[in-house]
Structures are given as C-alpha cells and as structure tokens.
Design a protein around this ligand. Structure first.
Ligand SMILES: Cc1ncc(COP(=O)(O)O)c(C=O)c1O
Length: 360
C-alpha cells in the first residue's frame, strides 16, 4: 500500500499514528467484543471515550472554566444557523465580517434568523483582512461573527479583533489546533472536525456559559446549546465514531508536544510553500502577505491552462487534491497538522521540476 500526501481541504489527512490506532481498535475496542462503531453511545465504554476527548480538548486548548464544550452533528454549516438562533432574537442585529466564502455563507444564513449588518466585506477578491477600526459596528449587536481562516480564499486573521463587551463568535474550522489560542477573548468558537480534528460528521462548539439561552427564542433541540450542554451532547445519538477519532487526534497532538509544536510545524510548512511561490515566475498567491493563511495556500499559474495538467501530474507523483475549490479555480494546498514537512518539501520540489520542464 502506498500512502499519498493529501492536500485536500477536508476531509483531510489524518496522522499516521492515529490511523494505526484506529486499525488496531477496529475489530474490538477495549475488551468490549465489538468495534467503537457498534458501541452504544450511553454505554460506559463510550462514556469514557466521550469524556476523554473532552478532557483532552480542554487541556490541549487550555479551555477556561466557564466554557462548555459540545460535540455536535451537522457540520460547521449547521452552526451558521445555530449561532443566530442561540444568540439573537429575530429583531436583534448581528454584525458579520465577510472575508471570504465561508463568512459570506455564515452571514447569509444568519440573515434568515435575525438582522445582519455586514460590518466589512473584502469581496470580490477576498485577499485581505479589514482593519477593525473601520468596521461598521452596530451599537447593541447580539454578537460579532467572523471566520478566523478562510479555507477557500486563504485569508487568515493574524490577530483577535477587540469587540469590547459584545460576544465574539469565531468559525475556526480550518485553524483550530494549529496554534495556541486565547479562548478568553471569545464568546463562541466552533469547528468542523474534518480538517484538524479528525473526520467528517462532528462539529466542536465551545461556548461561554453566560451565552447559553441568550436569545430566549425556540431553538431546534439538537442545535440548542443549552439542551446539548445539559445532556452532555447526547440528547440524541451523537456521531460516535467521529467523536472517538477526535479523541485520538487530540491524544496525538498532546503526545507531539501540544499547540506550540503544532504552531512551529505550521510555520515551517507555510514558509516553505510561500517562499517557493514567491521565488517563482510561474506560481502566484495574491493574498496580502500579512494575512496569508498558514493552513490553506491557494495559488495560480501564470498560464491558467496549465493548472489542470499540474494537478494531474502532481497526483501521479503522489501529491493529491491540489485543485482549487470549484468556486475560485486555481490550485490550493491545505497544510493541516497531519501533513508532514516532507509532504511540503516534496510538493515544492515537484513545483520546481514542473517549472523547469516548461522553460524554453
Ligand atoms: C471555514 C469553514 N467554515 C465552514 C465550513 C463548512 O463546514 P461543513 O462542511 O462541516 O458544514 C468549512 C468547510 O470547508 C470551512 O472551511
């Protein structure tokens, strides 16, 4: 069996030791006589898995007391609706900062459930982060929402915006666990698991206690943070296998040295790739350097007709899923925690060979 370097944006690569552990556990988990997939979610065995994952997440991220951790189904997109439903009445205004595809989707979804003020919009190019001092803020906003990292446009906030007393809501789907985080600054953080936290089907929501029940309106029970906190995220059947994998990924992050080590590796990976792009005449990344994503690196070629050939030849060389998102085209390399530095080195070397072969 040959494993490839998977540069997909999610579902994404898993760390090899996590795959080994899943393989070993698969026929029979912890003396139960069955796999994790077959374990009842209310069984003592799964209870340990669930509590273990939450404990690891709390210790790895340094989640302060006073925050609830929820393990929810539905993907990050479901939280685009859950956020306004849990935090705002229909008449209240939420401020949304739009820096790319995903924060636009969040703003559009929120507008179905409350008033939305687009505090800033960097479209259509989405190649920068707007200066917070210039955001059009609503005086009594229910919350301020943004996407820390735009997975498609490759734009990342290198700072946490100061929004005063208003709850700050952050979509961290493609950046959670890539570096240390000061959670005190946030009211709500959520992330789909299929990037840095395991596999699809699970979304982690971290919510400050005082925000639970804030909207005072009816919320579908499975996305009511209060109901889900009260039931330990087990109001209904949770995505048990994804929850189990998240626990293994968190164990791996802790064993590797935690978020400072993840940050250092992220820095090395993205420096290697951006340096190669910037040094070349063939490849380009148009995001303002200060706001370039550490995790999702979109790039184009001076002759766009070559991009499909590049992706195809790269795949043949074991570097897969390099095509850009269908909405923007181009190419994109996603560099999550599980991507070894050797994967980026191999990509950079392939890019150099490709460029040299084109030289007249
Ligand atoms: C930043 C960001 N937010 C939200 C989503 C949507 O996530 P899901 O597909 O889990 O609903 C994605 C998906 O790639 C994403 O990258």
């Amino acid at each position: 069996m040959t494993r490839v370097y998977n540069f997909g944006s999610g579902p994404a690569m898993l760390p090899a030791p996590v795959l080994d552990r899943i393989t070993a556990d698969l026929p029979e988990f912890g003396g139960s006589g069955m796999s994790v997939m077959e374990l009842g979610h209310r069984s003592p065995g799964f209870g340990q898995v669930a509590a273990g994952a939450e404990g690891r997440l709390r210790s790895v991220l340094g989640i302060p007391d006073g925050y609830r951790v929820l393990f929810l189904p539905g993907g990050a997109s479901l939280q685009f609706a859950a956020v306004p439903l849990n935090l705002a009445s229909p008449a209240q205004t939420a401020d949304h900062v739009v820096t790319g595809h995903w924060s636009r989707r969040a703003a559009d979804e929120a507008a179905r459930f409350c008033r939305v003020q687009v505090a800033a919009d960097t479209g259509p190019d989405h190649s920068t982060v707007p200066e917070p001092g210039e955001w059009l803020r609503t005086a009594d906003a229910a919350y301020v929402a943004y996407a820390v990292n735009e997975t498609i446009h490759g734009v990342e906030f290198p700072f946490v915006p100061d929004v005063g007393e208003v709850p700050l809501v952050a979509d961290m789907s493609s950046t959670l666990l890539s570096r240390p985080l000061d959670l005190d600054r946030f009211g709500v953080v959520y992330a789909g698991a299929q990037k840095n936290l395991g596999i699809a089907g699970l979304t982690v929501v971290i919510v400050r206690d005082d925000l639970i029940g804030r909207s005072g309106r009816p919320v579908p029970a499975v996305i009511d943070w209060g109901e889900m906190a009260r039931t330990g995220s087990m109001l209904n059947t949770p995505p048990t296998f994804a929850w189990y994998v998240a626990g293994l990924v968190l164990d791996w992050v802790a064993d590797e040295g935690g978020l400072p080590v993840m940050e250092e590796r992220s820095r090395r990976r993205k420096d290697l790739l951006y340096d190669a792009i910037d040094a070349s005449d063939l490849y380009a990344n148009t995001v303002e350097p200060a706001f370039r994503s550490w995790t999702n690196v979109p790039f184009t070629m001076s002759d766009p007709a070559l991009e499909a050939r590049f992706a195809e030849e790269a795949a043949a060389a074991g570097l897969v899923n390099l095509a850009g998102h269908r909405s923007v085209g181009g190419l994109r390399a996603s560099l999550y925690n599980a991507m070894p530095i050797e994967g980026v080195e191999t990509l950079v070397s392939f890019m150099g060979d490709f460029e040299r072969l084109l030289a007249p």
